[in-house]
Design a protein around this ligand. Sequence first.
Ligand code: NDP
Length: 502
Amino acid sequence: MTEDSPNKQKLTTASGRPYVEHENTQSVGNRGPLLLQDFILHEKMAHFNRERIPERVVHAKGTGAYGTFKVTQDISQYTKAKIFNQIGKECKIFLRFSTVGGEKGSADSERDPRGFALRLYTEDGNWDIVGNNTPVFFVKDPKKFSDFIHTQKRDPRTNLKSPTMMWDFWSLNPESLHQVMILMSDRGTPYSYRHMDGFGSHTFSMINAANERVWVKFHFKTQQGIQNFTGPEADAMRSQDMDHAQRDLVDAIDRKEFPKWSVKIQVMTAQEAKIFRWNPFDLTKVWPHGEFPLIDVGEIELNEIPKNYFAHVEQAAFAPTNQVDGIGFSPDRMLQGRILSYPDAARHRLGVNYEQLSVNACPFITNNFHRDGAMRFDDNGNDSPNYFPNSFGDVAPDLAYKEPAQELDSSLADWYDRNHGEGDNDHYTQPGNLYRNVMNEAERKNLVNNIVTAMSGVSGPKRDQIINLQLCHWFRADIALGMAIAKGLGVDVESAVPKQHS
Ligand code: NDP
């Protein structure tokens, strides 16, 4: 504490030495050059020069909050996860929302899926559900992910966003149609992060105390109600407030209007999975609610904006790798790809010891034989053995945590065509159902307008080829939808339709 104010702390160097002058650098005389020995100048500048860490290659623009998860229903018949062993049980959570394709400074109201990355700090370890606000995704094999994302980023020559790249890729990958339809609907421009649903999207396992496995999907239903911008409203918000969704979340929590979502699961047995008409592990498909009803599980509430954005939100590193006993993976190819890719991205962005940062650290005991590495800032295992097996320590694997073996339907390794299995090349039924059976008239109209606006941006020598191919996909989802889009784009399809004889 300083003499003039008993509450003020002394200014110090990073190494703790109190010092006197923070604004003026030592110089030779009043107008002379600066002295190298005033190292504080270098300490300040050198630290400033290193303030930015690599921005996430996807989901760069985001916001986050802490809160709680509370169990409201007994689902112990499906899972032995300790977090679910008692109704009313609570655990701390961290939830990060984001857009996907834009850079860190991009607008919150862009047409884009929204990230919905949830971490539950459970007593059995951190459990991450790294989801989106849509139940499906653009591709079903992770090998295509980087190609897809390149089309959402900037053209290599013009450095501009390119509708031509986007629609070229989508038209050549019809498995994307379901996600593209949701993206082009008003759900592609949510009013705020509070007013949208979240989905775990992938299929996961749940394993109960008898070591029986079922397949599950996670749903987070907003209790604030779904609210979206129309296309023109989203465009207007982009110029009015680039950070609208960030502001909305912070302001709501500061006002103590804590946003909530109901947590639900869908459950599919191994037998049901075998006879399901689509691949239950295909991330471009949903499980219809009529056949696999939503089961109530609990509730999440966000109630605390972290005191420091960089420390908590920017340094948060989620990974679907982080499952807990009683919950596990599935053969979903996209999930399998993300299991490796997410921790790899975090090691690049934050360093090998990123799991020690407070937002990422398990608040309960962790024991392993990882040692050293850049920025190891805990006690590095102290003097305990750093190898296994050893005769000195008492850290050992616990066989009680073994998952039941998975039965696979083939032992042949090959590059299976993406549409190899039964129902796998049906990219049209589910988007068609969404358009015909779920959307109301106004939503259908806005969908068509949004698609026409977006496809009108396709240009260059391949324009007609790309537009015609994509139109075929819309037609295959629903004839009326295809006709409406063709009309909006000024494409004459009537002449191509065979005339009926009276
Ligand atoms: P249901 O009528 O039982 O469920 C429809 C689902 O669609 C609800 O979850 C609803 O979410 C959501 N929804 C409503 N309007 C839109 C919209 N404009 N864009 C995207 N989603 C919307 O039907 P089914 O389960 O049989 O599925 C029919 C189609 O609905 C699917 O093919 C799929 O395209 C879409 N859908 C299905 C989901 C699922 O998990 N089964 C999840 C989301 C979409 P809400 O309750 O928040 O309004």
